[in-house]
Design a protein around this ligand. Structure first.
Ligand code: F0G
Length: 461
């Protein structure tokens, strides 16, 4: 099965299809009407209005027969469910973190961690904050600082680990901000920067810097198995090791992690926060009881914990991962052949179109990323998401203060689409590229203060 991720080869499915779900492509007229009624925000579209949904890889995975079977052995006991015991055993075994607190998804885990540790005047460094992570840091009055290496901001750099952190900058920040940094976070893979991996050696250097300054290191481990796949493929001395072995090395360098199992847990809902710190775990559990529920279910049905335990292990399977990454590369190669500009090397969970080169005639005031996502939907009923000035700006500002990147992400759901689906979606993007010169910008007609990409509304310029 190793061949399925080689360049030029078809992504060979290490599964066959047992259940199908009907989908249909709306007509061009229906798509136009849908855009207008959605306020040109693709988050407002219904599933019937979308043919190929590349909005997100989060919570959109197809579960396996084993996961569906796991749901049937749900033990819906309020306290002390068997499913929690199994879930705990799996997470401890994969990560080595002794204390595991379930939560209904990643941002719930972030809420527990940041509402417990972050205070006004504090600074939280990350390689690059994901939007919800940033929102939780800000919500608790702290400052969110991105310290990714310089290459992370260059869409054409071929650096193999663009998720890496600039350790020199981290060291300087920790040196000048003693007592102000409650934790350092590393996002595996770096979603905002294009699904780019962090190397084991960079994580080791980050960990050493944190130790020197007495600051705990936490991983945002949403896509850790994909990260480990790249470590295995690209880092010296790592070829031939299993994903779980590499994972154990990654986790050994950290003090804890937050997890959205909607990604590399292959479930539709679920997450957790894990830590080595027993005293912190007690505080997190107190917050959990207020926000999510009792510590042996954390806002989930117990059957969900069982499906998560199975999914977390399936996500470490090499055949599964090779196919997954091969699907992403298949789309990338098709776009590349037509000259479509995207962030390279292609990441683990999607293709990030480089809007600045794609729509080079549109200024940032025209929200070009949003304009591009709209056109891709208009062209083929394919839904993508803007990851740029709409997602990371605040209020009515057209500017994304933090990042010079302006991207549109085509996220590939896990085990959901066939090669034909992916070829269709890529070809729709190519047709938009061919008529790019005629594409106009948009203006924002409703501008929420934070996380505005979810609810903003737009109109064509
Ligand atoms: N951290 C990262 C790196 C993420 O990508 C996400 C979610 C979260 C945290 C929050 O997890 O959704 O379970 O609450 N990312 C999704 C995406 C939404 O589309 O990239 P959540």
């Amino acid at each position: 099965m190793g061949r399925s991720s080689d360049p030029g080869s078809l992504p060979l499915e290490p599964f066959r299809i047992k259940v199908v779900e009907a989908i249909a492509c709306p007509t061009r007229e229906e798509r136009e009407a849908a855009l207008a009624s959605a306020g040109f925000n693709l988050f407002n579209l219904t599933s019937e209005q979308v043919y190929i949904d590349l909005l997100t890889d989060s919570g959109t995975s197809a579960m396996s027969d084993r996961q569906w079977a796991a749901l049937m052995v749900g033990d819906e006991t309020y306290a002390g469910s068997r499913n929690f015991a199994h879930f705990l055993e799996v997470v401890r075994d994969l990560t080595g973190f002794p204390h595991v607190i379930p939560a209904h998804q990643g941002r719930a885990a972030e809420n527990l961690l940041f509402s417990t540790l972050a205070r006004p005047g504090m600074i939280v460094p990350n390689n690059m904050h994901f939007d919800t992570t940033r929102a939780h840091v800000l919500r608790n009055g702290a400052e969110a600082v991105n310290l990714a290496i310089r290459e992370a901001y260059d869409p054409e750099s071929a650096h193999p680990f663009k998720g890496n952190m600039d350790v020199g900058k981290l060291d300087a920040l920790l040196g000048s901000s003693a007592g102000k940094v409650p934790l350092v976070m590393m996002t595996l893979t770096n979603n905002t920067g294009g699904g780019q991996p962090v190397s084991l050696s960079n994580l080791r250097a980050v960990s050493e810097s944190c130790r020197r300054h007495g600051v705990p290191l936490y991983l945002d481990m949403c896509r850790w198995a994909e990260n480990a796949f790249f470590v295995r493929e690209r880092e010296e001395g790592q070829a031939g090791r299993s994903i779980r072995e590499i994972g154990r090395d990654l986790f050994a360098l950290a003090d804890g992690a937050t997890m959205s199992a909607k990604k590399d847990g292959l479930v539709n809902i679920g997450g957790f926060v894990a830590t080595r710190d027993a005293a912190l775990a007690e505080r997190l559990k107190e917050a959990l009881i207020v926000f999510e529920g009792f510590p042996t279910y954390g806002g989930l049905a117990r059957r969900d914990l069982e499906a998560m335990a199975v999914g977390l292990l399936e996500a470490t399977d090499l055949d599964y991962l090779a196919h997954r990454i091969a699907q992403v590369r298949f789309v990338a190669e098709r776009l590349d052949a037509a000259g479509v500009p995207f962030l390279k090397p292609v990441g683990g969970h999607g293709i990030y179109l480089d809007v600045r080169r794609f729509l080079s005639h549109l200024p940032v005031e025209d929200f070009p990323g949003q304009a591009l996502a709209i056109e891709i939907y208009r062209e083929g009923g394919v839904r993508s998401v803007e990851v740029g000035s709409v997602m990371f700006g605040d209020g009515a500002s057209p500017h994304n203060g933090d990042s010079p990147l302006e991207l549109v992400r085509l996220a590939i759901p896990r085990r959901v689409y066939t090669v034909s689906h992916l070829a269709y979606a890529a070809d729709a993007v190519v047709r938009v590229y061919e008529r790019r010169a005629s594409i106009r910008g948009v203006r924002m007609t409703h501008a929420p203060e934070h996380l505005r990409h979810f609810t903003a509304r737009f109109a064509p310029k």
